[in-house]
Ligand binder design. Structure first.
Ligand code: KIV
Length: 261
């Protein structure tokens, strides 16, 4: 296992070698240390932070300051993984200059190595070009883009209709041309993810997008069974919620019965 910090060169190399990328979200120090020492390639401080760690009902309220606070903790906890920060809603959509100022803070203040942004419009392609031109690596995100939940109407699967599939493929190609180093594909049909993956030279990283992507990402809280409901695509290797509850119930009983300490 590589012991020094993973770089973009490594990510490009494993894509060429056909080795899938292992990606998990991280939000705080202790869990980051465990994930980092378990060989995860990319740790993503997702704005899912808002839902799993801050108790918001969507990712929309998450602020740049909240993200920076958690990114700094993840940076302190990691030695090996490549670090990506989500840019929160409305911190990058107004203009490429706004995106540059926000993204720059994540590299300068929080030690992140790349940023992730959602969407595949022409305007977003210009923003990706602007960031990559000044040396900020960008991971893009298509399919179910949670920051657009109100526009999309729900968190359901995207890319079911042929016209939408063609639009997503075209957006993916534009994103690659704009200089993004990777593309997250969230909750789209497996066949569409396969089609996009075969057309791109940059790695696709799937979440609920089937087995044909170049890597897989999960929200760590879903994966470990910490959330109350687990999405169908998250494997159930572990149910930490139940294990924590059982430990707390047992200890609480021992305390109340004067058996602890
Ligand atoms: O916010 C997030 O955690 C994400 C990943 C699920 C891709 O965007």
């Amino acid at each position: 296992m590589q012991s020094t910090r993973i770089t973009l060169n490594h990510i490009r190399k494993v894509k060429k070698q056909g080795i899938p990328l292992v990606v998990l979200t991280a939000y705080e120090y202790s869990m980051t240390r465990i994930l980092d020492q378990s060989g995860v390639d990319i740790l993503m401080v997702g704005d899912s932070l808002g839902m799993v760690a801050l108790g918001y009902d969507s990712t929309l309220p998450v602020t740049v300051e909240e993200m920076l606070h958690h990114c700094k903790a993840v940076r302190r906890g990691s030695e090996r993984a490549f670090l990506v920060a989500d840019l929160p809603f409305l911190s990058y959509q107004s203009s490429p200059e706004q995106a540059l100022n926000t993204a720059g803070r994540f590299l300068k203040e929080a030690g992140m190595q790349a940023v992730k942004l959602e969407g595949g419009s022409e305007a977003m392609a210009l923003t990706i070009t602007k960031l990559t031109e000044v040396g900020i690596p960008v991971m893009a995100h298509l399919g179910l883009t949670p920051q657009s939940v109100h526009q999309l109407g729900s968190f359901s699967q995207r890319g079911k209709k042929p016209e939408e599939q063609d639009r997503l493929l075209e957006a993916a190609l534009n994103i690659e041309k704009s200089g993004a180093f990777a593309l997250v594909l969230e909750h789209i049909p497996n066949e569409l993810a396969e089609r996009i993956t075969h057309k791109l030279t940059i790695p696709t990283i799937g979440i609920g997008a089937g087995p044909h992507c170049d890597g897989q990402v999960l929200v760590t809280h879903d994966f470990l069974g910490l959330t109350e409901t687990r999405p169908p695509f998250a494997p159930d290797y572990l149910n930490l919620r139940t294990q924590v509850q059982q430990a707390v119930l047992r200890w609480g009983q021992e305390v109340r019965e004067h058996h602890f300490p």
